[in-house]
Design a protein around this ligand. Structure first.
Ligand code: GAR
Length: 203
């Protein structure tokens, strides 16, 4: 059989979803893929510390320091190619990627989103804002979605979803933590394993 699918995880912040993937590889939940690179778009992303602690190579690409989005994405592609990456996981990565980037990797980019798509998703819905919107609307159930990434923001095919109840007295912060614990940290490693296995078998 071919080697494990080489995964790059793209991050912008705390990296708790990256940590869930690292832990899943250690425990064997993620067995057909291996995290070979972590790319951050911010120098100060704590996710970089998590990657370094796990011995995973890191790369920082700050979008603003490039003259255009195309130049930023070209540098990203070069880093991914150099590391032989076959699967890209967006784990709290706060840049929207262009069609010219996403079309290079059909069904090879995953994203975790903290709501039940198609609710509370698309441009402008990220991080705590998603939970603020869910609470403001008054929904009783929210959740998380892992989906393939295509040219439409949060519009690619859904791979896994899990519902999470909203409780009396929830704040955006409390809800965010519950959605992570009960859904994101479980779904993302599972989806990464499903797709890693498919790619390993296909190649
Ligand atoms: C997660 O809740 C993730 O679902 C969300 O950002 C958070 C990152 O946390 N992503 C989006 O909102 C994408 N639209 P983390 O850095 O601790 O994994």
């Amino acid at each position: 059989m071919k080697d494990k699918t080489k995964i790059a995880v793209l991050v912008s912040g705390g990296g708790t979803n990256l940590q869930a993937l690292i832990d899943a590889e250690k425990s064997g939940i993620l067995q057909n893929g291996t995290i070979a690179l972590v790319v951050a778009d911010k120098e100060e992303a704590y996710a970089l510390t998590r990657a370094e602690r796990a011995g995973i190579p890191t790369k920082v690409l700050v979008k603003k320091s490039f003259e255009s989005r195309a130049a930023f994405e070209a540098a990203l592609v070069a880093a991914l190619d150099e590391a032989g990456i076959e699967l890209i996981v967006l784990a709290g990565f706060m840049c929207i990627l262009s069609e010219s980037f996403t079309s290079r990797y059909p069904k090879r980019i995953l994203n975790v989103h903290p709501s039940l798509i198609p609710s509370f998703c698309g441009e402008g819905f990220f991080g705590l804002r998603v939970h603020e919107a869910a609470l403001a609307y008054g929904v009783k159930v929210t959740g998380a979605t892992v989906h393939y990434v295509n040219e439409v923001a949060d519009g690619g095919e859904i791979i896994l979803q899990k519902a999470v109840a909203i409780e009396e007295g929830d704040t955006p912060e409390i809800l965010q933590k519950r959605v992570m614990e009960e859904a994101e940290w479980i779904l993302l490693p599972r989806a990464a394993e499903l797709v890693s296995r498919r790619l390993r078998e296909e190649n």
